[in-house]
Design a protein around this ligand. Structure first.
Ligand code: PGA
Length: 269
């Protein structure tokens, strides 16, 4: 079985202001220095709002916590008022970018095609892309989950050179109905997530050469918290989690990280 390095993303959405974002980053830095037992054995990634990328990067710069933007525009540097091209993200220290989050697909009406352009631009600037895909409640009820995921993923990958993707591209499965702000009755069972991840892996194996497909991690996102994180991460097809609301509070996020370090098998790297 292929071993992939686990990844935990704190997706802060638009929950925090400068003071609270910086405070949380400082707490994580302190936890890393004093309490983390696994140190460099898995990836921790923080995704603050654009204006706080720099202060958060300042707070985490002596740690191996990585910085991630929440979106990017598929434009070069130049006369594009209000846009954020990939080189600007790289310049402020971003290693990762989230693309295709449902809150952007739906609120800003980003089409799969538009997301493909963003993925291409981000990879071209050497950013590590985390592509979010997921079905809505209506699509789930209409039994369209697999066709929706297939379309979102395949469109994102069109015409991309495998060498550019290799080691620089992860997928986050985020059923829209399971995101905490949607007040889900219940998030999906870990076994169901595992099965869907198996389906996503099949698409990756069909679309990419094995060497490249094996580098792609598949994360789960949707109401992950300190109580359920280990159930998800202990599934064989789950390589990571994307945590929204529960990553924006202290000490909840640290509790979640401690739970992972204690109860998830994380091989020493
Ligand atoms: P949540 O958000 O953890 O608050 O459900 C997840 C997401 O939107 O990616």
């Amino acid at each position: 079985m292929v071993k992939r390095r686990k990844i935990i993303v704190g997706a802060w959405k638009a929950f925090l202001n400068q003071a609270t974002a910086k405070k949380l980053a400082d707490e994580l830095k302190k936890w890393k220095a004093n309490d983390s037992k696994k140190q460099d054995d898995y990836d921790i990634v923080l995704s603050p709002s654009f204006p706080y990328l720099v202060p958060v990067q300042d707070a985490i710069k002596e740690t191996n916590i990585a910085l991630c933007a929440q979106d990017v525009d598929a434009v070069k540097m130049g006369p594009y008022t209000g846009h954020i091209p990939p080189p600007i993200l790289v310049d402020v220290g971003c290693k990762y970018v989230l693309l295709g989050h449902s809150e952007l697909r739906h609120l800003k009406e980003y089409s799969p095609r538009r997301i493909h352009e963003k993925v291409t631009a981000a990879l071209g600037a050497d950013l590590h892309v985390i592509l979010c895909i997921g079905e809505t409640k209506d699509e789930k009820v209409a039994d369209k989950t697999k066709s929706v995921l297939k379309e979102q993923l395949e469109t994102a990958l069109v015409n991309l050179d495998e060498k550019i993707i290799r080691g620089k591209f992860d997928v986050a499965y985020e059923p829209v109905w399971a995101i905490s702000s949607q007040n889900p009755d219940k998030p999906p069972k870990a076994e169901d997530v595992n099965n869907i991840h198996g389906f996503i892996r099949e698409i990756l194996n069909k679309k990419l050469d094995k060497k490249t497909a094996d580098t792609v991690r598949i994360l789960y996102g949707g109401s992950v918290n300190e109580d359920n994180v280990c159930d998800y991460l202990n599934q064989p097809n789950v390589d990571g989690v994307l945590v929204g609301s529960a990553s924006t509070k202290h000490p909840q996020f640290v509790n979640l990280l401690n739970a992972v370090e204690e109860r998830v098998l994380i091989p020493a790297q």
